[in-house]
Design a protein around this ligand. Sequence first.
Ligand SMILES: O=C(O)CCC(=O)C(=O)O
Length: 330
Amino acid sequence: MTRGPERSQPREEVLCAPRGIGPDGDYPAPEQPEAFRSWFEREGFVVVRRAVPAAACQRAVQAFREEVLPDRDAWFERHATGKFERHVYTDAGFMKFPIMNLQDLSSRRHPRFKALGLDVLTQPTIQRALEVLLGEPGRAVYTMYFDGNQATWAHRDGSYFDAQRPGTMIGVWVAAEDIHPGAGRFYVVPGSHRIAVAGERAEPHGVAYKARMAEFVRNGPLDCVAPGLRQGDAILWTSLTIHGSLPTTEPRFSRRSFTAHYVPRSQSWQWNTGARTGSRSTVVNDVEIVLQRDESTLLRKAWNTLRLDLPRLYRVANGAREALARGRTE
Ligand SMILES: O=C(O)CCC(=O)C(=O)O
């Protein structure tokens, strides 16, 4: 994926909650399964308050700050480029670009963050909510952690990857702290899962796709909603619901959050942009999480180990590999 410039507000008016349910967002709860499901199916998203205990969020964030944030040598797969890169810090010292697939992190170098982050994403309240919506337990296929704000472009997850039956994957975004309005809140476009956007079949990493989506959010017929979320609250959305993040207006605030994308356990899942592996998985809190790390050959496995556990050596080896590749094409 290419990185775009910092964006302005996606729409002139951004609401805190859909019209008619009050500014604090009085969403149906999973304990009212019928109302919860029909709200989700109609709006394409729902908020679950206190889905994760505050202490679990706190522990995971603390582990990030101690183990991951100061690790300037380590390489993490980044959402915006799909490449392994070291940290870029914001002026306030936050990690600018989210890291992908906590399940594939090193258990030697970042063991507490990996375990505690996955614990947050597999909490029982989230699993109950998913089961109501999916009609069966879910399997996580893709996870992320955000610290600062990369200003995520408007998109549908389903343009990139989805469950075997398109539209049935569900994203979960957990606020690991109270998210300040100026930190770059997560937003959704309620109802967008039922509307096609002209030109959206373009390559989803490309400029044309991103421009079409941005235009739809800005001038389209639907509201843009950025719910106020407190520590432990979660927002769930369908893989067809358009979403992104607001720009940061107060850079001294972070937007610490974990996300996971779940498919129904009886279904497989697919990448819509290029081949990916993912036949291995791990289990956390009785929830299956697909491992995205490609270990299909001994060489790939060794390369992964080098990157994960000996990042300085990896830097040298990777630099040499890239120089060799450049030499071949010249
Ligand atoms: O929080 C964000 O910036 C975007 C998250 C997102 O797009 C996702 O989890 O699918």
